[in-house]
Design a protein around this ligand. Structure first.
Ligand SMILES: Cc1ncc(COP(=O)(O)O)c(C=O)c1O
Length: 437
């Protein structure tokens, strides 16, 4: 059999590639992926957080099988459908919010963010949106238009978009780790550039994931939410990567002592099946019929999978597991940091963890070594990728089912990979053809 990776290159478009090493998967079980030779690899990414229950979880297999065997249609556009209704009811029940709300169902974080970006403008009549530099809200035209990630440089932005520095305690804006300088910057914009009543919504990630797994300073989002509330600006919390149990809380924003007006879910919601959701005030979410729809949005198979994910998170106490196992990983990484000066920072909550790799006193991003380290980790049997505006943060978003033993094995592999790269045992030639981002 021809090498699977070469077959992929020969048959599939590069437009959707974000490749770091020649990973070619044929099977997956729990926290492990397998290649065509049967090699077993620990999945420390869970496909960027999408495989929230790991691979092949029986609850998802059962739910999808049942939904497909007796299918309640396959679209919610022109009929009500039981699984979509049950999912929407469940999301309303578990997500704090104010007043009467409605749920919109989509296929991806991208289409959910795009829909909200469009509807907040249309429903409020306000022409501007604010978001953060480094934000990744999606890969469709409308979601890229409100994002601020370097990988999308050159992409046309929404005309009324203002990008604000994300409060990064490791690389603070104006050397102020409290984040207050960021809030001052926003208030100055309101005074000098445009009045706040022109702003429809402020999009934010409660932990900025693709921008560098940045955990905001305590209290920042509460202050931002108060500022938005004062000016009637809707807060839109993008929980796509870090939501639904990953951070050791059901919602990442629960650590921020604020309640967003609109919450976006994706990735882990479907546990590997494509489904997203946006929850917000009824007057926004009911703005106009046929405003944002795709035929298979909310289809019963994906809705059933999402329901199974939410039930399993509760039943298997996966939120506690994420908090517990995540703490073990962070402790081990912090111990490793003592000897490895390349580790500038270890941060995160639960099973959303970032390891910022630096060179020298001035914290220069160690971008090439970061690529080499994940390449070496892949060779040693662990799958993880990097994020960040400077491509130097290892990101861990493993399945919420990860065990303590698996976690320790994974950290050992990372430790070995770092050591091998620091000892110049990994050739940069290996990176040829793997552009990453
Ligand atoms: C915070 C956040 N929002 C939205 C998205 C887009 O999700 P998707 O790629 O599933 O459309 C991502 C993807 O990385 C993300 O991390």
């Amino acid at each position: 059999m021809q090498d699977l990776y070469q077959r992929d290159v020969a048959a599939l478009s590069k437009l959707q590639n974000l490749r770091f090493f020649p990973l070619a998967v044929t099977r997956g079980q729990g926290a492990y992926l397998f290649d065509q030779t049967g090699r077993k690899m620990l999945d420390f990414s869970a496909s960027w957080g999408a495989a929230s229950l790991g691979h092949g979880h029986p609850a998802i297999v059962d739910a999808v099988t049942r939904a497909a065997q007796d299918q309640a249609g396959c679209s919610i556009l022109s009929s009500a459908s039981l699984p979509a209704i049950e999912l929407a009811e469940k999301l309303l029940e578990i997500t704090p919010g104010h007043g009467e709300r409605r749920v919109w169902l989509g296929h991806s974080g991208s289409d959910a963010n795009e829909t909200i970006a469009r509807v907040v403008i249309a429903a409020t009549g306000r022409p501007r949106i604010m978001a953060f530099s480094g934000a990744y809200h999606g890969g469709t035209a409308g979601s890229m238009a409100v994002s601020g990630h370097t990988t999308q440089e050159g992409v046309e932005k929404f005309n009324g978009l203002s990008l604000i520095p994300y409060p990064d305690p490791f690389r603070p804006y104006l050397e102020d780790p409290s984040g207050d300088s960021v809030l001052n910057y926003i208030e100055e914009l309101f005074r000098k550039s445009f009045p706040p009543h022109e702003v429809a919504a402020f999009f934010f990630e409660p932990i900025q994931a693709d921008g560098g797994l940045i955990v905001p300073p305590p209290g920042f989002f509460k202050k931002l939410a108060n500022l938005c509330k004062k000016h009637g600006i809707l807060t839109v919390c993008d929980e796509v990567k870090v939501g639904l149990g990953r951070t050791g809380k059901l919602h990442c924003f629960l650590d921020e002592d604020m309640v967003p007006d609109i919450v976006i879910f994706g990735k882990g919601l479907g546990g590997g099946l494509p489904i997203s959701a946006a929850i917000g005030p009824a007057h926004i979410m009911n703005h106009q019929a046929a405003f944002s729809m795709q035929t298979l949005h909310g289809n019963p198979i994906c809705a059933a999978a999402a329901l199974a994910v939410l039930e399993t998170i509760e039943k298997e106490k996966l939120i506690n597991n994420a908090a517990h196992v995540g703490q073990i990983i962070q402790n081990e990484l912090k111990a490793l940091q003592v000897d490895q000066t390349i580790i500038g920072d270890v941060r995160g909550r639960g099973l959303a963890i970032g390891i910022e790799l630096i060179e020298g006193e001035d914290k220069k991003p160690a971008a090439q070594k970061t690529s080499l380290i994940i390449y070496r980790a892949f060779e040693l049997g662990a799958v993880l990728y990097y994020v960040g505006m400077h491509s130097n943060i290892l990101e861990l978003t493993p399945p919420l089912t990860l065990t303590a033993e698996q976690a320790k094995n994974g950290v050992n592999i990372i430790a070995q990979a770092i050591e091998d790269v620091e000892n110049n045992l990994v050739s940069t030639e290996k990176l040829t053809g793997f552009e990453g981002w």
